[in-house]
Design a protein around this ligand. Structure first.
Ligand code: PMP
Length: 460
């Protein structure tokens, strides 16, 4: 195969060093280490240019190749579609986009329309734009435009999505960000911002939403965006009542509720969507990564009927359509990949499998609870985190150096896990795991064994 596969490993490394700007990477490390170059994948195993194999427990690095590598039916379906009709703008429909839109709505009872784009950031941008325009149409004399977000949640890399991201290290250097975005504390019992403990905390973290709406002025607030389970911010699973309180507050002040399902969507947590673990009915749901298991880039913003209807019922008829476009959004090949991916998840009963294997994973991780550095183990489905601390009573996070060492010892055993991104300076202390839905018990055992050995080694 050509397109780079005709190059030797040495040539790949050399050309990579010369020309490729890696994401989220301080390139000085390549003075002393080689860039990793991934060339192949099959099932849960990836191979690098040097021929080394790794058990990929982060589903493509960022929790997205959920059905695993080598799903030929996706490749074939996309190939056939591209031959037939690769692209036409989504101002016109196309058969895969129509079928996908219907499928998304059927997976999310109560929703009515799917707006298709290309990335998680973009799906969230659309949700913000829909929220702002929705209220401008509904209340022309009000200025209901602000978006509330939570600390530690991540919503994307583009400017508005970043402005809604509660992770300092992602935002540093890019200011000024977009005006009108306001943060509230995370739902994070292990480090409660209010110094309380659950139960008996009165869900202060959720009630903080009301305080902010009131201090900003309810007539100025358009939407609240939230991850069902905070992913990159440390795998934070809220308590059962959290979303009930959130929903009540949103309804009371007519604030739209946007659920960012970019990571949790399509089965990752053992339900089709993460918010389905809770008693909540969002106005908009955004999704990306697991939608086509990243075989093709695709995302969507799915909304309830009242959102869409506002855009066709404008008496003044000035803004009476959603003033947004995305060239590649809804391209026939991407929609085909998503449809085939969803078919695999359905036909192989993978959501149920994630639930079972997730229970097995969380049970297996308990084996690590005795290590003095293990502060908390948490997760849902095939999505888990281990928060590491220097001291269990003070909860001081382990250092960057500790995390680096731990992960490299795990990788040296041929296993790839992740870590919380350095979202809050000093807090890079969560080992994260998001294995593929097809992972076996033996592979999970291998992963837990590799983490255990690394914890023992660093302890010594
Ligand atoms: N939302 C969440 C919860 C995410 O984790 C991410 C990506 N990590 C995004 C949005 C942004 O997605 P993308 O990188 O596709 O723009």
């Amino acid at each position: 195969m050509s397109y780079g596969y005709d190059l030797t490993p040495e040539e790949l490394v050399e050309k990579d060093r010369q020309n490729l700007w890696h994401h989220l990477t301080q390139h000085k490390i390549f003075d002393s280490t080689e860039p990793t170059i991934i060339v192949e994948g099959k099932g849960c195993i990836i191979k690098d240019a040097r021929g080394r194999e790794f058990l990929d427990c982060v589903s493509g690095g960022v929790w997205c190749v959920n059905v695993g590598y080598g799903q030929e039916s996706i490749a074939k379906a996309v190939y056939e579609q591209l031959k037939k009709m690769p692209y036409y703008a989504l101002s016109a429909g196309n058969p895969p986009a129509i079928k996908l839109a219907e499928k998304l709505v059927s997976l999310l009872p109560g929703t009515a329309k799917s707006y298709i784009s290309n990335s998680g950031s973009e799906a969230n941008e659309k949700a913000f734009k829909m929220s702002r325009q929705y209220f401008r149409l509904k209340y022309p004399n009000k200025d209901k435009y602000k978006i509330i977000y939570r600390h530690r949640d991540y919503h994307g890399t583009t400017f508005a999505a970043l402005s809604a991201t509660g992770q300092d290290e992602r935002r540093m250097g890019f200011e000024p960000l977009v005006p009108g975005f306001v943060g509230i504390p995370a739902a994070y019992c292990y480090r409660c911002s209010f110094g309380k403990s659950y139960p008996g905390c009165n869900m202060e973290c959720a009630r903080a939403l009301e305080d902010v709406i009131l201090s900003e002025g309810p007539d100025t607030v358009a939407a609240f965006i939230v991850e069902p389970i905070t992913a990159g911010g440390g795998i934070l699973v809220p308590q059962a009542e959290y979303f009930q309180v959130i929903q009540e507050i949103c309804q009371k002040y007519e604030v739209l509720l946007i659920l960012d399902e970019v990571v949790c969507g399509f089965g990752r947590t053992g339900k089709w969507f993460g918010h389905q673990h809770f008693d909540v009915s969002p106005d908009m749901i955004t999704m990306a990564k697991g939608m086509a298991s990243s075989y093709m880039p695709i995302s969507a913003t799915v909304c309830k009927p009242h959102i869409f209807e506002q855009f066709i019922n404008d008496p003044a008829d000035t803004f009476a359509y959603f003033r947004d476009i995305s060239t590649y959004g809804g391209s026939a090949g991407s929609c085909t990949a998503a449809l085939e991916n969803i078919k695999i998840i359905e036909e192989q009963n993978l959501v149920e499998r994630v639930k079972e294997m997730g229970n097995y994973l969380l049970e297996s991780l308990k084996e690590l609870a005795g290590f003095p550095v293990v502060g908390e183990i948490r997760g849902k489905g095939l999505f888990a985190g281990i928060e590491l601390v220097e001291d269990r009573s003070t909860k001081v996070p382990v250092s960057e150096a500790y995390m680096g060492k731990l992960l490299s010892i795990i990788a040296s055993q041929g296993v790839l896990v992740g870590r919380m991104n350095r979202s809050v300076p000093g807090f890079n202390n969560v080992v994260t795991m998001a294995p593929m839905y097809i992972v076996s018990k033996e592979e999970l055992d291998r992963m837990v064994g590799a983490i255990k050995k690394a914890l023992e080694t660093v302890q010594r």
